[in-house]
Write a protein that binds this ligand. Structure first.
Ligand code: ZN
Length: 475
């Protein structure tokens, strides 16, 4: 969210209700592009144009940006100066993105150990924000970034969402971990007229509350769902079971920040009869990507950062179908340069450009990683990715959600949140079907719960892993 809108939103949340209703009348008439600020508008215009650049234009831009960020890093930080010197890399000689491959990669551990020597600008300078994120090991990650990055990121998101018709003046129904109190009619709902956003609580996803959310969504006119993938799945599962038809005013589903499971996407698209678009991004602002409108492959924005997929030795992958770690060099963060930063997220390499839409941007698919999602570990130690846990029948219809808890290889607890007390045969059916899908690799026991574990940001964990001391949390 843009810095400007964010600060206004904070003010907004603290305002008395009477002030809100008066101010809302005024703010609701101002186009969101205006309230989001000049940096946002300029970036949106730029991104919308740049996504159709030729391969040559994109490459030229990337070389300029890479040379600029590497020069800044070399001249202003002790860390990068000695790193570059150690391999004989001189930023002035950078002529091609492939020249970057001589530089060693960095990761979260590097940041934790060397943050002070990695700052190109003093963290105390004006316009610098401190970012803290929950790490995949539960250990928070801290770094600094320019305050304008939120406006820039939001512009890229809006440009991505435009692929399925989203425009700033269209309302959003948002379920993304916000703390939302009850409104006058008792629904966990609040409205932000600046961003045209209706927030609903995804910490209160009972049947009855979801029915009320759906009823409310029906009243807000043409809108987009802006959600975590797990929230879209829960909404869809409940909507399918309710007697009322699903709202028909949802123009598209914008889903990001968790692993997207194919079965969840299919379910949401079929229940709400609309297109689902997912994006990939992270707090470090090194890579931003969004799905093609003509497939579910991701395209990395070539003007946001330099995207690489790396094999285990750290070499860039160029072979279609190979899985590697997503690494990025940020063009956005000029406070702490992120150069060849390994994200801990994994994806499959597809191509350098998209054959379907013609965008000359790196194409990848099947993102998995530090997001909630993950794997179950079989008795023989093999990892079973939950993306392979295809459920497109009615197995989980009697649940509001499910999650696996694993503390030993080869066995796991399937925790479910039932919609009503389940009979023994209903319970057995769920266990049998889930076990079949895991092909007997993981012995399951069922646990009926009244809540599932979330991350602090409200993302639902598909696997809570207590193997080897890992907490299975995601940022
Ligand atoms: Zn495409």
């Amino acid at each position: 969210m843009a810095k400007l809108a964010l600060s206004r939103k904070n003010l907004w949340e603290k305002s008395p209700r009477v002030v809100k209703s008066l101010a809302g009348l005024v703010l609701g008439r101002i186009p969101p592009g205006v309230t989001l600020g000049r940096r946002f508008r300029e970036t949106l215009r730029f991104a919308t144009e740049a996504e159709w650049w030729s391969a040559e234009q994109s490459r030229h831009y990337q070389v300029e940006q890479l040379r600029s960020i590497c020069t800044l890093a070399y001249e202003q930080t002790g860390f990068y100066r000695s790193l570059f010197d150690s391999v004989g890399f001189d930023p002035r000689d950078l002529r091609s993105p492939s020249d970057l491959a001589t530089i060693p990669t960095i990761d979260k551990v590097t940041l934790r150990q060397h943050l002070d020597e990695m700052c190109a600008v003093s963290p105390d300078a004006g316009g610098v924000d401190t970012v803290s994120t929950g790490g995949s090991s539960g250990e928070p990650l801290k770094f600094y970034v320019g305050a304008e990055r939120s406006a820039i990121e939001y512009a890229y998101l809006v440009a991505s969402w435009a692929r399925i018709g989203y425009r700033l003046d269209i309302p959003q129904a948002v379920l993304r971990g916000q703390i939302v109190g009850k409104d006058r009619s008792g629904v966990h709902h609040s409205y932000d007229p600046v961003l045209r956003r209706h927030y609903y609580s995804n910490f209160h996803m009972t049947d009855e509350n979801i029915r009320r959310y759906l009823d409310h969504i029906r009243t807000i006119g043409p809108c987009y769902l802006h959600v975590y993938p797990s929230s879209a799945a829960t909404l869809a599962r409940v909507a399918r079971r309710l007697d009322d038809p699903a709202p028909s005013n949802i123009c598209g589903i914008l889903a990001g920040s968790e692993t997207v499971f194919a079965e969840d996407r299919k379910l949401a698209e079929s229940v709400f009869q609309t297109r689902y678009l997912s994006w990939y991004g992270h707090s470090e602002k090194a890579v931003m990507a969004a799905e093609c409108e003509q497939s579910t492959d991701y395209h990395a924005w070539s003007t946001y950062g330099f995207f690489e997929l790396l094999d285990e030795q750290g070499h860039p992958l160029t072979e279609p179908g190979k899985r590697g770690e997503i690494a990025g060099t940020s063009f956005i963060n000029r406070v702490v340069p992120f150069i060849r930063y390994r994200t801990g997220d994994y994806a499959v390499y597809v191509a350098d450009a998209c054959e379907r839409c013609g965008r000359q941007q790196a194409v990848f698919r099947s993102v998995e990683g530090r997001w909630p999602g993950g794997c179950l570990i079989a008795k023989d130690g093999s990892a079973i990715a939950l993306t392979a846990f295809n459920v497109h029948d009615d197995t989980f219809d009697l649940t509001l959600g499910y999650q696996f808890y694993q503390s030993d290889p080869g066995k796991a607890v399937l925790r479910i949140l039932p919609v009503h007390p389940l009979s023994e045969s209903e319970q057995k059916k769920i266990i049998r079907r889930a076990s079949d899908r895991l092909q007997g690799q993981v012995a399951l026991t069922l646990e009926i719960r009244d809540a599932l574990e979330h991350t602090v940001r409200g993302k639902q964990l598909r696997v809570v892993s207590r193997l080897g001391g890992s907490d299975g949390d995601g940022s």
